[in-house]
Design a binder for this molecule. Structure first.
Ligand code: CAA
Length: 261
C-alpha cells in the first residue's frame, strides 16, 4: 500500500517500523524541486510524530536517486530569490530528524541528490550508483552541504577533486572512501536498506535516538565535547525501562522486547 497524497513522492505503509519513501519525478531523474523538498519535510514531520515509524528509508529509481537540484527551477532564482530560498528550511528539517534515515542509492546521485543522500545516517548503494557534485559545470558550487558533508565523509583530497572537477565517482570508490557502508546488486539495494532498517527498528528507540545524536555530535565537535555528550546520553539511558528489559533478556537468554521508554 502506498500513500497517494504526494505529487513527487511515493510513501509506503510502515512495515516493521520502517517507512520507505521513494522520490518520484521520473521525468527529471528525480531532480529536487522546492515542492519535492516541501513534501519530504511533511513526510519527516509525520514520521517524527509517529510512534510506529522508527526508521525512514529514502530511495529513488533504478536510474537515479536524484540528479541534483532542479536546474530549471534554480535558473529562475536571482540573488534575492536565493537569499529568501525556502529550501533551506526543508534541508534543516531533514537535518533535525531524530530517527535514523537510510539512503538506498541506485544510478545517478548528483549535486543536491548527493547532498540529500549525505543527510542520511547510513548510505548503501547499488553497484551501478555514481556520486558526484557537478555544480562546478554550471558555474556554481554545492550549496546544500556538499562541501562540508563530503569533506567529513571522504576527506580533503577526494572532496576537492569531486567538487572542483565535477566528475563523479563510482559506487566502489565511494565505498572505499567511506561515503557509503555497503554495495549491493542494484535490484537488491532497497530490500537491503529495509532489512537494515528493520534491525534498527527492533532496538530500543531511545537508545537508537541518543546513539544517533552522539555520533552526529562527533561530526561537528571536538573529541572532549563529543565524549562528554556520549557519557551524558549513556547515563540518561540508565533510567529507561528498555535498559532493564535489555539486561533482563540477556540474563534470561531470550530476545528483548523494547517499548521505547
Ligand atoms: N534538473 C532538471 N532536470 C534534470 C536534471 C536536473 N538536475 N537532471 C536531469 N534532468 C532532466 C533532463 O533535462 C531530461 O529532461 P528532458 O527529457 O525533458 O530533456 C531528463 O531529466 C533526463 O535527463 P538526460 O536526458 O540528461 O539523461 P542522461 O541519462 O542523458 O544524463 C545526467 C543524465 C548525466 C544525470 C544528466 O541529466 C545531467 O547531467 N543532469 C544534471 C546534473 C547536475 O548538474 N546536477 C546538479 C544540479 S545543481 C545542484 O544540485 C545545486 C544544489 O543542490 C545546491
Amino acid at each position: 500500500m502506498t500513500n497517494k497524497n504526494y505529487k513527487t513522492l511515493v510513501v509506503s505503509d510502515v512495515d516493521e517500523g520502517v517507512q520507505l519513501v521513494r522520490l518520484n519525478r521520473p521525468e527529471a531523474l528525480n531532480a529536487l524541486t522546492t515542492g519535492l523538498l516541501a513534501e519530504l519535510s511533511k513526510v519527516m514531520d509525520a514520521a517524527e510524530a509517529s510512534d510506529d515509524i522508527r526508521v525512514v528509508v529514502l530511495t529513488g529509481s533504478a536510474k537515479a536517486f536524484a540528479a541534483g537540484a532542479d536546474i530549471n527551477e534554480m535558473a529562475e532564482r536571482d540573488l534575492v530569490g536565493m537569499l529568501n530560498d525556502p529550501r533551506q528550511q526543508y534541508w534543516q528539517r531533514i537535518t533535525r530528524f531524530p530517527k535514523p534515515i537510510i539512503a538506498a542509492v541506485n544510478g545517478y546521485c548528483l549535486g543536491g541528490g548527493c547532498e540529500l543522500a549525505m543527510h542520511a545516517d547510513i548510505l548503501i548503494a547499488g553497484s551501478d550508483a555514481q556520486f558526484g557534485q557537478p555544480e562546478i559545470n554550471l558555474g556554481i558550487m554545492p550549496g546544500a552541504g556538499g562541501t562540508q558533508r563530503l569533506l567529513k565523509a571522504v576527506g580533503k583530497s577526494l572532496t576537492m577533486q569531486m567538487v572542483l572537477t565535477g566528475q563523479p565517482i563510482q559506487a566502489r570508490q565511494a565505498k572505499e572512501a567511506g561515503l557509503i557502508s555497503e554495495i549491493t546488486q542494484p535490484e537488491l539495494t532497497v530490500s537491503r536498506a529495509l532489512a537494515i532498517g528493520k534491525v534498527i527498528a527492533s532496538k530500543g528507540s531511545l537508545a537508537v535516538r541518543l546513539a544517533k545524536e552522539a555520533i552526529l555530535k562527533g561530526m561537528d565537535t571536538d573529541l572532549a565535547t563529543g565524549l562528554r555528550f556520549e557519557r551524558y546520553a549513556f547515563t540518561v539511558l540508565a533510567g529507561t525501562q528498555d535498559r532493564e528489559e535489555g539486561i533482563a533478556a540477556f540474563k534470561e537468554k531470550r530476545r528483548p522486547h523494547f517499548i521505547g521508554r
